[in-house]
Design a protein around this ligand. Structure first.
Ligand code: AMP
Ligand code: MG
Length: 349
């Protein structure tokens, strides 16, 4: 398949390009487009054949549900059985934005989308290109991250091309995404909202609006086969580069000491990398090092994480040592992705 690459202005996308992409979606094709979280791979959410195309292009397991994207809150009604009052409050506070709400689904939503669950995840993205595209298409758009299943999510258009060139109809290049991590997924079907996937909207931000918010235990611990995950995606390896990753966790000076020790102990012919932060970059032994961001501004780390993981692969690195971060606020989402990328290989110091 030929993949058309188009560049779009992030703030005021060219109407002709939007119309062309919208047409592809309406007729059952696949278009990758920027959102404020990561690049999404869009398809007509109410067309089961189009949705199957997403699973095929990504190599995504069919029991992993897709998030449906809308460009106006009023489009929610057709997708869900009802909107609980709690959800109304969250929509007021956080839409458009990086928050996916899991709600009881309507019969309109194909089982391919919900992976057989009685619920559907819905999000109203903030990015102007995403909004213009969904509006022009006039249909809800199913869109998982636009990467091969299991690889780090794409935060730039060339990441999408690396994984999906030749497999999808179009890639819209709207520059680097802002948040850099996927949306927060929040189950609002019960009395207390439950975070199924941490993201840009933090637990603290949610609690400031609705009071108590719980975290699905499967997020906090290493995946446990005995826990039946609410979000089927939780059970798969994710975000993983080709390199092996080891996380070192503890006080920062001890982390640096341990990583230096580990690097020195590796055979000299092995290609080792260090994922450092602004605060630690001057403290490591000579080794290939990439700085992921500034510890005092975790949003910089979120924005760079997936791109840095892909960069280690480009450089042919075989083993990466990464520093852990405190698992509060955005740190929870960052560490969730990093732990999965590392397959939970963690050294505690
Ligand atoms: P991705 O499309 O790669 O961003 O992954 C979407 C993730 O959203 C899935 O892996 C699930 O964790 C979650 N999700 C989507 N829909 C639902 C749903 N109906 N119930 C629970 N989790 C969902
Ligand atoms: Mg994904």
């Amino acid at each position: 398949m030929e993949t058309k690459m188009v560049v779009v202005d992030k703030e005021t996308p060219d109407e002709r390009v939007i119309q062309e992409a919208a047409k592809i979606l309406q007729t059952g094709g696949l278009v990758a487009f920027p959102t404020e979280t990561v690049y999404g791979l869009g398809a007509h959410a109410l067309d089961p054949k189009a949705v199957e195309g997403i699973f095929a292009a990504k190599g995504r397991p069919s029991d992993n549900p897709l998030i449906v994207h809308i460009a106006h809150t009023k489009e929610l009604a057709a997708l869900v059985a009802f909107v609980p009052p709690l959800a109304e409050v969250l929509i007021q506070a956080f839409w458009p934005g990086p928050l996916t709400l899991v709600l009881p689904k309507s019969i309109q939503v194909p089982t391919e989308i919900s992976a057989g669950l009685p619920t559907v995840g819905v999000r109203f993205p903030q990015n102007p290109v995403a909004q213009a595209l969904i509006r022009a298409a006039g249909i809800p758009i199913a869109a998982p991250s636009a990467n091969i299943s299991g690889r780090p999510s794409p935060t730039q258009a060339f990441h999408v091309a690396e994984d999906l060139y030749g497999k999808i109809d179009m890639i819209m290049d709207g520059g680097a995404t802002e948040v850099g991590l996927e949306s927060t997924v929040l189950d609002v079907t019960g009395a207390i909202p439950i975070i199924l996937r941490p993201g840009g909207i933090t637990k603290e931000m949610l609690e400031a609006v609705v009071g108590r918010v719980d975290i699905d235990p499967a997020i906090l611990a290493k995946y446990d086969e005995t826990l039946v995950p609410k979000a089927p995606g939780m059970k798969y390896t994710h975000y993983a580069p080709k390199a092996k990753i080891t996380i070192v966790e503890g006080a920062l000076d001890r982390i640096v000491e341990e990583i230096n020790k580990q690097v020195k102990n590796q055979p000299s012919n092995k290609k080792i990398g260090i994922m450092a932060t602004t605060q630690t970059q001057a403290l490591y032994v000579e080794c290939l090092m990439l700085v992921v961001g500034d510890r005092s501004h975790p949003e910089t780390i979120a924005a760079n994480l997936f791109a840095i993981l892909r960069q280690f692969d480009q450089l042919g690195i075989e083993h990466v040592y990464a520093e852990s971060l405190p698992q509060t606020a955005l740190g929870m989402a960052i560490m969730n992705r990093l732990q999965k990328a590392a397959g939970y290989d963690i050294i505690k110091v």
